[in-house]
Ligand binder design. Structure first.
Ligand code: CA
Ligand code: CA
Ligand code: CA
Ligand code: CA
Length: 462
């Protein structure tokens, strides 16, 4: 009886108002847009008000990740397994790559960074492909990637290719390049494997992270198993998804070295803690559980908060900071906590500032999260994205990004309503998913302050 009633109702719902991932097929491509940081007030439209945009072809996929050092702009295109380098320029137009690196069916580009890993003055590409080799996953380094020509197969040009332990581990869903922690002036790497199961002591889908020092990375040439070169820390709980997010840009221990911040949004296992999420502050140790390797474990504010689905750490004029997203909190409205990692205690999350939406209109606030100094005043602005945000009746997944001024945040304590954010970027079309994976980087050194770079879903080019 119940099934017969639900069947036709469900069909009717799909035919009148399209809700859900299938509807996104109307926007099968992607684009990247750049917005100036100044002014930090009012609102902008994602495409109309951008000072530069790059429109991808359908063959470039619809799920872009962006990375830039201010001089090189790279786009990860995991649904087609490639990374493209785009020219930096003003104005709008097609995304015409200068270079491409490809590994089909590997989700190459799901995570990526541009950095000078070997300190030779030339930029290097580090990129994750979590579906590599039956979802074993891989992370690859291409040194001096500018010199590899216009179109390369990853395997032909990767100096170093590190693979996950076993099928399904999904190494490379997230990565971070950490400022030097070992004293050789070269950065370390932190790589997530959020479905890690394939090591003897690791529970199913507990997830984990691999930490590779610059010394170990320099010694790893060719293709090899990441476990031979890295320290690994894992969650002690089935399905925790540790390594969903990684960051390492703040010093929690005041020893002058950055510490490691790792999120597991599905940590917690009973009716009051299930999927509350956990964030670890790791201060380096042997391979072991994250609980054993960390000085502090921060838990989400209740069941299904998904704390740590996204996180970002930074140091600015106000000190070291860690922002932790809880996109599942408040029945899915979401929120973000800003923590001083020096005074963080283990247990339920305790924050300097908690931003949420008491009106309950957002969806999964914090699913996109980053920070950077958009107005060049020495404090980092906090960028909160809600790609699932619905604008109006039919604006499914239009998405929205909000920017909180760093100087304002420094003066605030306690709960703050999202509506008080100084600046925001709105989507102009359903399924654009504004606010997914925002990046702050100074693309235009002539202008004061950095730029806000956003990937969007976009219609196919005519
Ligand atoms: Ca280099
Ligand atoms: Ca180092
Ligand atoms: Ca430290
Ligand atoms: Ca600022």
């Amino acid at each position: 009886m119940i099934l017969r009633l639900l069947g036709p109702l469900g069909a009717l719902g799909c035919s009148t108002v399209c809700v859900g991932p299938d509807c996104a097929d109307a926007l099968p491509a992607a684009s990247a847009v750049a917005h100036r940081g100044l002014p930090l007030f009012g609102s902008s439209d994602a495409t109309v008000d951008a000072w530069a945009s790059w429109d991808g072809a359908v063959t470039d996929g619809s799920e872009w990740r962006l990375a830039s050092d201010g001089e090189v702009l790279l786009v990860g295109m995991p649904d087609v397994g490639q990374v493209a380098r785009l020219p930096l320029r003003e104005g709008s137009g097609d995304a015409l790559p200068l270079q491409r690196w490809a590994a089909p069916d590997s989700a190459l580009g799901a995570s990526l960074a541009v950095a000078d890993l070997d300190a030779d003055g030339r930029w290097d590409l580090v990129v994750g492909g979590p579906r590599w080799d039956l979802e074993r996953g891989a992370v690859a380094v291409i040194y001096d990637a500018a010199a590899t020509g216009s179109d390369s197969a990853l395997q032909d040009v990767a100096t170093t290719l590190l693979t996950g332990p076993t099928s399904g581990d999904g190494l490379g869903n997230a990565l971070a390049v950490c400022a030097d922690r070992t004293g050789d002036g070269r950065p370390e790497l932190l790589v997530g494997a959020s479905r890690l199961s394939g090591l003897p002591e690791v529970p199913d889908l507990a997830g984990g992270v691999f930490y590779i020092t610059s010394e170990a990375l320099a010694a790893a040439k060719g293709t090899s198993a990441i476990v031979d070169h890295a320290t690994v820390w894992w969650a002690d709980q089935v399905g925790a998804a540790a390594g969903t997010s990684v960051s390492c840009a703040a010093d929690a221990t005041t020893d002058g070295l950055p510490d490691l911040f790792i999120g597991a949004p599905f940590h917690g296992s009973d009716t009051t803690t299930g999927d509350q999420g956990r964030v670890w502050i790791v201060d380096e140790a042997e391979s072991t559980t994250l609980d054993a390797a960390s000085r502090t474990t921060i838990d989400g504010p209740g069941a299904s908060a998904w704390a740590g689905e996204a996180l970002v750490s930074w140091e600015d004029a106000t000190g070291p900071r860690l922002a932790i997203a809880t996109p599942g909190a408040s029945d899915g409205a979401g929120g973000v906590y800003v923590v001083d990692p020096r005074s963080a205690r283990s247990g339920a999350i305790s924050a300097l500032v908690h931003i949420d939406d008491p009106d309950g209109l957002t969806r999964h606030l914090g699913r996109g999260l980053t920070a950077g100094d958009l107005d060049a005043d020495g404090t980092f602005e906090l960028v909160l994205g809600a790609p699932d945000f619905q604008l109006g009746r039919d604006g499914y997944d239009t998405g929205r990004a909000w920017v909180w001024s760093g100087s304002t945040l420094a003066t605030l304590r306690g709960n703050q309503p999202l509506a008080d954010a100084g600046f925001r970027v709105d989507g102009d079309d359903a399924f654009q998913r504004v606010g997914a994976r925002p990046v702050v980087v100074d693309l235009d050194p002539d202008e004061l302050g950095a730029d806000l770079l956003l990937p969007l879903r976009a219609p196919a080019q005519p």
